[in-house]
Design a protein around this ligand. Structure first.
Ligand code: GDP
Length: 197
């Protein structure tokens, strides 16, 4: 079932100012340029709910969108800009950590990775950090229409093997494309039952 209603709710740079945790929420995060804005627009069926290709170094904000008056979709700032200072990186880490550890209604974090790129340390470190905090997350492979089925399967296998070096079980994978809308139903069908729990 597609999203019926998607509206911008609030942006802020202080986790304490996020909306009251009165609805289930799901956060989306990944390296800058991974395709997060495109994925959010694809999931919600809106062409410009999230801003595509924002300039690196812009103010880093936590954006809440209200979906079907039922749940929050949270667009977290992209990590891994090459040209940021150590101070900015620390500020970013504090922002994300502050957010992740202060939302009792955060039911799942969608960690986006570009399916065309080998597993990256920065993504794996981010996932290990989530694991250590006991925060539930899944992995979303983006831009998968760029790969043929064999290459795609090899990418998924490589990722799974890498994760199983650390964990006994790999998190759930979603294979997506903002171009073909692949993965939309899978992600929405994953979210909806969690909302009812
Ligand atoms: P963000 O920085 O993570 O929000 O990434 P954007 O959504 O702005 O996308 C970054 C670039 O990747 C843009 O040029 C998009 O057009 C492109 N892109 C995003 N999703 C896809 C996809 O599914 N397939 C392809 N081929 N390109 C994509």
């Amino acid at each position: 079932m597609p999203v019926k209603q998607a509206e911008f709710f609030v942006s802020n740079s202080d986790p304490a100012k996020c909306p009251k945790p009165d609805r289930p929420e799901y956060a989306f995060i990944g390296r800058s340029n991974v395709g997060k804005s495109s994925l959010i627009n694809m999931l919600t069926g809106r062409s410009s709910l999230a801003k595509i290709s924002g300039k690196p170094g812009k103010t880093q904000l936590i954006n809440h969108f209200l979906i079907d008056n039922e749940w929050y979709l949270v667009d977290l700032p992209g990590y891994g800009y090459a040209q940021v200072s150590k101070t900015e990186r620390e500020k970013f880490a504090a922002l994300i950590d502050g957010y992740l550890t202060s939302r009792p209604n955060l039911l799942c974090i969608f960690v986006l990775v570009d399916s065309r790129i080998e597993p990256q340390k920065i993504d794996l470190d981010f996932m290990y950090n989530l694991g250590e905090k006991g925060l539930p997350f899944v992995i979303v492979f983006t831009k998968t229409e760029k790969l043929g089925p064999t290459k795609l399967q090899a990418t998924l296998d490589t990722y799974r093997a890498k994760l199983l070096e650390t964990w006994e079980e790999a998190p759930q994978f979603f294979v997506t494309s903002a171009v073909t809308a692949a993965g939309r139903e899978e992600i929405l069908s994953f979210i909806r039952p969690l909302n009812q729990e």
